[in-house]
Design a protein around this ligand. Structure first.
Ligand SMILES: Cc1ncc(COP(=O)(O)O)c(C=O)c1O
Length: 394
């Protein structure tokens, strides 16, 4: 086997086999389309798992990144950064919070949130999180994620987490003891299967936190940055968190994690308490400032409307194999009957050149770019309909 051929077969290469990869390699992207090495066009209904919300090679983001690459890549956080300040000010303004810390990923944004909550808590260090939740793969965030299957092989977990069923306020109330400092939740569970809580859940959790002097940490790594049709998903639910974490969509594909907090949390943090070499890298920050400027009310309305059209069209399919269609904005899950495996639909759609992915509870996950149009929705629906019709399940 030639060296070149060997490099495309992961099983034969030195690359750690830790992802199940589809046998497709993309060469470039443009808008809502990706192109493989043979020039075959794929419709992107995944956005790199809720990352490239503005599609591929967006001219405004590309220009900002190009300009930054031509001037400065890295200087460390030992020096002033006006671009970081501009982004922080904007995120503080939209969130109603006060201070912002930059890192590189979702899991790091959550690690910072956990540390800051514990600093705020003083003697109180326990954080209540939800079963089925996902907050990342590093030990703190992994321990916060209420999914046994993610823990197996990696124990001992970081102590100081209590797990309660999602969408159950009584379970939170019953778990509050003297050592609890915070409740940490995703507004909508993403990896868990696009699980949307009842309309009053987050508002009630916010009230419970206030009453008990607990911080409410909302992990908006997947739901934030416009994904649900509002800047932050929690804005649909009339709740004010004390800490918000972001990553994924914020820099349209470049690595950036964000932890936004209220001043009472920030006041407890001193220089040297936490940090990151790469966090808030100038190139990622340039992309993020461009993304934030693009995330106008108009695009948020478009996300909301496109999501409604997509859900409506999916419902019209009226398939007995579909148990439930859940979604908000362009974060949509289609849960199948047990006769049909979600991964088989992901593969069938990929064969038809449409990119989607799975989530928990036998769910197909759709996270298309914010810039999709009715035509793209029609293409997905028609293809999905044909696949369902071609299934011969007894
Ligand atoms: C809600 C949520 N939090 C945290 C993470 C972890 O983000 P990252 O993979 O950037 O560490 C994810 C990733 O899927 C996520 O969906």
């Amino acid at each position: 086997m030639s060296h070149q051929a060997k490099s495309v077969l992961e099983s034969d290469s030195a690359l750690l086999k830790i992802y199940k990869r589809f046998p497709v390699e993309f060469a470039y992207g443009n808008g809502v389309y990706l192109y493989d090495k043979n020039g075959e066009e794929y419709l992107d209904f995944l956005s790199g798992i809720a990352v490239t919300g503005f599609g591929h090679s967006h001219p405004v983001i590309k220009k900002a990144v190009d300009e930054q690459l031509n001037s400065l890549w890295h200087v460390s956080n030992l020096f002033e950064s006006t671009a970081q300040q501009i982004l922080a000010d904007k995120l503080a303004e939209v969130s109603g919070l006060d201070k912002v810390f930059f890192s590189n990923s979702g899991t790091e944004a959550n690690e910072a949130a956990i540390k800051f909550a514990r600093k705020f808590g003083g003697e109180k260090s326990t954080i209540i999180t939800a079963l089925g939740g996902f907050h990342g793969r590093t030990m703190g965030s992994l321990s916060a994620s209420g999914q046994v299957k993610l823990w197996n092989g990696f124990r001992p977990l970081t102590p100081g987490f209590k797990y309660v069923p999602f969408n159950d306020t009584h379970a939170i109330i019953h778990s509050i003891t003297d050592d609890v400092c915070a409740v940490m939740l995703e507004p909508i569970q993403g990896e868990g299967g696009i699980v949307i809580p009842s309309p009053n859940y987050l508002k009630e959790v916010g009230a419970i936190c206030k009453e008990n002097n607990l911080l409410l940490i909302l992990d908006e790594v997947q739901t934030g940055m416009g994904r649900t049709g509002k800047f932050f998903a929690h804005q649909w639910f009339d709740v004010q968190p004390d800490i918000i974490t972001l990553a994924k969509g914020i820099a349209n594909g470049l690595p950036l994690g964000v932890t936004i907090m209220s001043s009472n949390v920030a006041d407890k943090i001193n220089p040297g308490d936490h940090g990151s070499t790469f966090g808030g890298n100038p190139v990622s920050i340039a992309a993020a400032n461009a993304v934030v400027n693009l995330l106008t009310d108009e695009i948020l309305t478009n996300i909301s409307n496109s999501g409604k059209v997509l859900i409506n069209e999916l419902k019209k399919l009226n398939s007995p194999l579909i148990i439930e269609i859940r979604g908000l904005g362009l974060m949509i899950g289609i849960e199948f009957d047990e006769k049909l495996l979600n991964s088989s639909i992901v593969e069938a759609l990929l064969n038809k050149k449409i990119i989607t992915y799975t989530a928990g509870r036998n769910t197909l996950r759709l996270l298309p770019p914010y810039i999709i149009t009715k035509n793209h929705i029609t293409q997905l629906i028609q293809t999905f309909k044909n696949i369902l019709n071609d299934l011969h399940l007894e």
